[in-house]
Design a protein around this ligand. Structure first.
Ligand SMILES: [Zn+2]
Length: 325
């Protein structure tokens, strides 16, 4: 029988050796576990000073779990309170059910934004991820154009049933689309629903660029997954591929991986260590150092990249000093 202290010592050794802390799986928490590893690698989130809030406050519990994951103090389940906090928000509505990592990610960010008393800080955290776009809708009957600006916190990129590249997926996102039939849009000028042409233009990109490779498709009441390969680069320049005026070079620092089928799968994560810049692989409590990111995807096709997180290069970043929770 292993004593409590032996367990703690083993745990401590594991953390020091790998430089990263694994998280045990509670009732299919692999999705939240993987997201926590990516939040932990998003060090911008952890520097904010948030110390107020109740048991339902997501920002406070995220801050605490990230501190515990980085700290040297032994804690057998640093994420238990965070999972409990999500349950308090009726967020993992059904326990023991697989959740969609991108939906959980967006819900965490939205709850942080809704619940924070400090609105400036809430805005600052959202700005880290905010992709601003302008949508043009041209009525094909009168040619008038309606323009609307909006934002997204992750880029929805639809994967095709074929070999894909990240650049190809992004170019399709910005391609003009004809909206006809049931998809026709209301034209204020004509006063009727008409066929329209829709185009999306990028206005600004955030520091942390999260891309969601949309692989799950619903048809006739069931969901299936597209396992096809999507090649993605470690560094990426928006100014080249999308002909935008601003130069934006990004470097990959985290990947959420989905393996298995749509309805019963498993989430794991790759993250790049901030200091030694090595890739780590986290599969719940198991952590592998010096993980080879690209060979992994090459040799096993049922393990697929699901979310990609890039960070903008060449800029000093620090939170505004007056901001605290
Ligand atoms: Zn019109």
């Amino acid at each position: 029988k292993t004593s409590f202290w032996t367990k703690i010592c083993c745990y401590l050794t594991l953390v020091t050796l790998t430089g990263m802390r694994g998280l045990s799986n509670y009732c299919l928490s692999c999705c939240v576990n993987s997201l926590l590893q990516t939040f932990s690698a998003t060090w911008e989130i952890a520097v904010y000073n948030i110390n107020k809030g109740d048991a339902r406050n997501v920002a406070l519990h995220l801050k605490r779990v990230l501190e515990a994951m980085r700290g040297d103090l032994p804690q057998l389940a640093p994420h238990r309170d965070f999972l409990h906090c999500l349950d308090q928000n009726r967020f993992r509505r059904k326990i023991n059910v697989q959740h969609d990592a991108d939906e959980v990610f967006l819900s965490i960010l939205n709850l942080i934004h809704q619940q924070m008393d400090n609105r400036v800080l809430a805005g600052e955290i959202q700005d880290l991820y905010k992709i601003s776009v302008e949508t043009h809708l041209q009525c094909l009957k009168c040619n008038s154009i309606q323009t609307e600006t909006s934002y997204m916190l992750s880029f929805p990129l639809y994967v095709k049933e074929d070999d894909n590249s990240l650049e190809g997926c992004m170019n399709s996102f910005f391609e003009h689309q004809e909206l006809k039939g049931i998809n026709s849009c209301f034209c204020a000028h004509c006063g009727t629903k008409n066929s329209s042409r829709q185009g999306v233009k990028l206005l600004s990109l955030p520091r942390i660029l999260c891309m969601n490779l949309k692989r799950f498709r619903n048809s006739r009441g069931s969901t299936h997954k597209l396992d096809c390969r999507v090649s993605f680069p470690e560094t990426f320049d928006f100014s080249q591929s999308l002909q935008h005026v601003f130069s934006c070079r990004y470097t990959l620092y985290a990947v959420v991986v989905h393996s298995g089928y749509a309805m019963c799968g498993h989430y794991t994560a790759y993250v790049r260590h901030r200091e030694n810049e090595r890739w780590y692989y986290a599969d719940d409590s198991y952590v592998q150092r010096n993980a080879s990111l690209f060979s992994f995807f090459f040799f096993c096709c049922s393990r697929t990249a699901y979310m990609l997180m890039y960070r903008r290069d060449s800029e000093e970043w620090r939170p505004r000093p007056e901001l605290s929770g």
